[in-house]
Design a protein around this ligand. Structure first.
Ligand SMILES: C[S@@+](CC[C@H](N)C(=O)[O-])C[C@H]1O[C@@H](n2cnc3c(N)ncnc32)[C@H](O)[C@@H]1O
Length: 206
């Protein structure tokens, strides 16, 4: 009886402890598996992924576009942020095998209601995506960055963000893009480097 009373008074024990990262253990395992299978090292670092998730949540972004999905690693981090804000992500991937992997991984993460994977060339597919964007994450072929910026920045909402990956470790492949964001009259820029590859953040003035 006394033992039973002690059990009743004890705080509930969770079947799965909530990890300090705030990532569901099944999704953490999935993410680790994507990175382990990523022989071409296409995916962003875990730190960059965490940063994207936090930024999406902190800015309350709702309409998000990713250019360059690969196998869906960064899309899952962004999707976890959008689960919090109630938003949606469209992510575009040129390679058919990777696009299928991304869609399967998004489904495994339980994010199919939030993340739409589009297979195709983003230059062709972006005009078919309706509306404007609160946040854009560019992680495609680096010499195309300026062309994507010119195409998409006009569709970023005032107060929204245009992010580009690898602006430190692949800086020399995108010098025209880096010059363009610095001189754009509507842009305020900074660079962060959670995982040492560098992410430019271009804020569109209101
Ligand atoms: C660095 S990887 C993206 C990694 C992904 N963001 C992640 O962290 O998991 C770049 C991807 O962009 C894709 N890509 C390059 N140019 C593209 C284009 N014009 N349209 C769509 N995808 C493109 C490539 O096929 C490649 O899979």
């Amino acid at each position: 009886m006394v033992v039973a009373a002690c059990i009743l008074a004890a705080p509930p024990v969770l079947a799965q402890p909530v990890p300090a990262t705030g990532v569901d253990p099944a999704i953490a395992k999935l993410l680790a598996g994507i990175r382990a299978a990523d022989k071409g090292q296409l995916a962003v670092s875990e730190e960059d992924g965490r940063f994207l998730r936090v930024l999406v949540g902190a800015t309350n972004a709702r309409q998000v576009l990713e250019i360059g999905a690969a196998s869906g690693y960064s899309a899952i981090w962004i999707g976890m942020g959008l689960r919090q804000t109630g938003g949606k992500l469209t992510t575009i991937e040129f390679d058919p095998v990777r696009a299928r992997e991304a869609a399967a991984n998004v489904q495994r993460a339980g994010l199919s209601d939030i993340v739409k994977v589009v297979h195709g060339d983003a230059f062709q597919e972006i005009p078919k995506v309706a509306g404007s964007f609160d946040l854009v994450f560019l992680d495609a072929w680096k010499p195309d960055y300026k062309k994507f910026f010119d195409m998409v920045f006009p569709r970023v909402n005032p107060g929204g963000l245009f992010l580009a990956h690898n602006v430190i470790n692949k800086k020399n492949e995108m010098l025209d893009f880096l010059a363009a964001i610095e001189k754009h009259p509507m842009a305020l820029n900074t660079t962060v480097s959670p995982g040492h590859e560098g992410i430019s953040i271009t804020y569109k003035r209101r």
